[in-house]
Design a protein around this ligand. Structure first.
Ligand code: FE2
Length: 162
């Protein structure tokens, strides 16, 4: 894809996060099942379910500008998810595994928060108010889930892991 304008860059980035959300929706339910702590499991499940609704919002943004909604494989998300898979496969102790999974779930959230922040700025710059509004709705959800993950008692998990 050749990127010649801010509009091209915006949609390039939108296709990246569209792919990332699809990767999240597909993999997070598996990750949730591997969680030892019920609190972590429900936070990771919520995270996966949210991605489904966010995918629909992203598709609306593509449709608003008549751009084909084609995911562009997000290699950053591939990397984070493959880290999660390694942890789930290699770590036997459930508390140690939970501590690792919590860190991966937050890395995913922080990636998303950073991307949506940029996309909102670019949508505003391009005068795409309708897109900006939908992206802001997604960002609010991402931040709320990040807060939930932050409140999970990492200290308790870490202590048991130790
Ligand atoms: Fe998301």
């Amino acid at each position: 894809m050749s990127i010649k304008s801010m509009k091209d860059l915006f949609f390039h980035s939108l296709k990246d996060i569209y792919s990332a959300e699809k990767q999240i929706a597909k993999n997070l339910p598996k990750m949730a099942k591997a969680a030892g702590s019920a609190e972590l499991r429900s936070a990771v499940e919520k995270h996966g379910q949210e991605a489904d609704q966010q995918i629909e919002r992203l598709e609306t943004i593509f449709a608003q500008r008549d751009v084909a909604a084609r995911p562009l494989r997000c290699e950053a998300m591939d990397g984070i998810i493959s880290e999660a898979k390694d942890l789930m496969a290699d770590v036997n102790d459930k508390f140690v595994r939970d501590a690792g999974m919590l860190s991966v779930a937050q890395a995913i959230k922080h990636y998303e928060i950073s991307r949506y922040g940029t996309l909102i700025a670019w949508a505003d710059q391009l005068g795409y108010q309708d897109a900006s509004k939908l992206l802001r709705e997604i960002l609010v959800e991402e931040q709320a889930t990040d807060q939930i993950l932050s409140r999970i008692d990492v200290a308790a998990i870490d202590k048991k892991a130790a």
